[in-house]
Design a protein around this ligand. Structure first.
Ligand SMILES: CC(C)(COP(=O)(O)OP(=O)(O)OC[C@H]1O[C@@H](n2cnc3c(N)ncnc32)[C@H](O)[C@@H]1OP(=O)(O)O)[C@@H](O)C(=O)NCCC(=O)NCCS
Length: 404
């Protein structure tokens, strides 16, 4: 969380980029755009291409806390891609390298737009950042019920750098939910401490402090106030709608979830931040923070996959491809590919498991093994792992359900 007082960029004023960079009026080839990026980069002392960056619009509450930031487009610049955008945002904010955030004035955003606009003449590629920045410029003057609107730019110098503030934290959450970075692909260390607790409503985010008076005021103004939840994280769908997914209940998917194309999250399914699916999946159970679920895997109704945020677990759990976690089953170990845990069976790291060769092991010793069926023998009570055979009733996901 951070106070929004004086702008973070040292000068606080729009840098006159045009004074040190000769922009052409239009670029007709990709090479010209890339050359313009190199020319602009050369005017910034010590410039290093960021690992990720974005420009977003924030709601800043009356106390100065950043309540949310919406980034309409986030980027991982690579040579030849988004480099003019990255360098133009760096130029106007005074950024050169490292992980940093800056408040942007409307004039600075206009300056970025004017640097990028000549690239539109090259129509072979879309220009989503330009579209996004124009949308941000239009949104900035609009009133926010829960505070005031501010523009911010965020740069991540290295994906291993920890989040530095809420503006940076929101960039990372967007990188995950837009599937730009996979879970564990960047540091999320300490993000809880950077985000503030927020009242999320149909009228946008509000500070928790004083909300009852705010509610009375809003009702007096004729608003129906629908409080959706109180949390540090918003619902993913209020910021990002990834292509090819179905989500039955928006409240069940936290911002920062990573849902691959073909994922279905049913009403009881849940997905936390820095966690999610890597391919087509049916999610009717809970994917805890940090957990990864492989392509073709079904997390059955009420099933639970242990996370590491609370309860003492340390191992980050993943499920491999084509697994079935049966209804009300659970796991505290990773599964490899083609595994089943029978409905109702909970495997914790210390569960003693009778193996096909007659030995008994602690489940943690076979974490990540492929092709096992776990069940609790209903005669003996022993938890056993059987080698999977093809005649099991589980033959994979129902394809018709995942053609989103
Ligand atoms: C694990 C599972 C896939 C096995 O199903 P299956 O392949 O149809 O196996 P069956 O139930 O036919 O059982 C096969 C054999 O193992 C035996 N068996 C099954 N479960 C057993 C258990 N817990 N203890 C002892 N024997 C067991 C059966 O009696 C049967 O014996 P038989 O060959 O002598 O007749 C199934 O039990 C299961 O849990 N499915 C989960 C479905 C689910 O929850 N989906 C998500 C919906 S939200």
């Amino acid at each position: 969380m951070r106070e929004v007082g004086p702008p973070v960029n040292p000068s606080g004023t729009a840098v006159d980029a045009a004074s040190s960079f000769d922009a052409m009026t239009s670029y007709s080839t990709l090479e010209e755009i890339q050359q313009a990026a190199r020319d602009l980069e050369a005017t910034i002392d010590g410039y290093q291409t960021p690992a990720a960056f974005g420009v977003g619009i924030a709601t800043v509450g009356p106390s100065g806390d950043v309540l949310d930031v919406a980034y309409p487009k986030v980027n991982l610049p690579e040579p030849g891609s988004n480099s003019l955008t990255a360098s133009s945002v760096a130029k106007v904010t005074g950024h050169s390298s490292g992980t940093a955030t800056y408040e942007l004035t409307a004039a600075q955003l206009d300056e970025v737009i004017s640097i990028l606009a000549p690239a539109e003449a090259y129509t072979e590629i879309p220009h989503p950042n330009l579209d996004a920045y124009r949308a941000l410029a239009a949104a900035l003057p609009q009133p926010a019920h829960g505070g005031t609107r501010h523009l911010f730019a965020a740069f991540i110098g290295d994906l291993d750098d920890d989040p530095i503030d809420a503006v940076d934290g929101y960039l990372r959450l967007h990188l995950l939910s837009t599937r730009t970075v996979q879970p564990h692909g960047m540091s999320m260390n300490g993000i809880f401490g950077k985000l503030t607790n927020v009242v999320w409503t149909n009228l946008g985010p509000f500070e928790v402090e004083g909300f009852e008076l705010t509610r009375v005021r809003l009702r007096g103004e004729g608003h129906q106030v629908d409080v959706k939840h109180v949390d540090k994280f918003p619902r993913m769908l209020d910021y990002v709608i990834p292509s090819g997914v179905r989500i039955a209940d928006a409240t069940r998917v936290r911002m920062g979830a990573h849902l691959a194309e073909g994922t279905v999250v049913m009403h009881e399914g849940f997905c936390n931040f820095n966690a999610g699916t890597l391919g087509t999946s049916m999610v009717e159970g809970r994917i805890s923070a940090g957990v990864l679920v492989g392509d073709g895997t079904d997390v059955g109704g009420g099933a639970s996959i242990q996370g590491t945020l609370s309860g003492g677990g340390k191992e980050v759990i993943s499920l491999g491809k084509n697994c079935l976690l049966g209804a009300n089953a659970g796991t505290g170990i990773s599964l490899g590919d083609d595994c089943i845990i029978q409905a109702g069976t909970y495997i914790t790291a210390g569960t003693l498991v009778a193996m096909p060769d007659g030995t008994t092991v602690k489940a943690r010793e076979i974490s990540g093994a492929n092709g096992l069926l776990f069940r609790r023998n209903s005669k003996s009570g022993t938890v056993e792992a059987l080698t999977r055979t093809d005649d099991s009733s589980w033959q994979g996901l129902n394809e018709a359900l995942h053609d989103n």
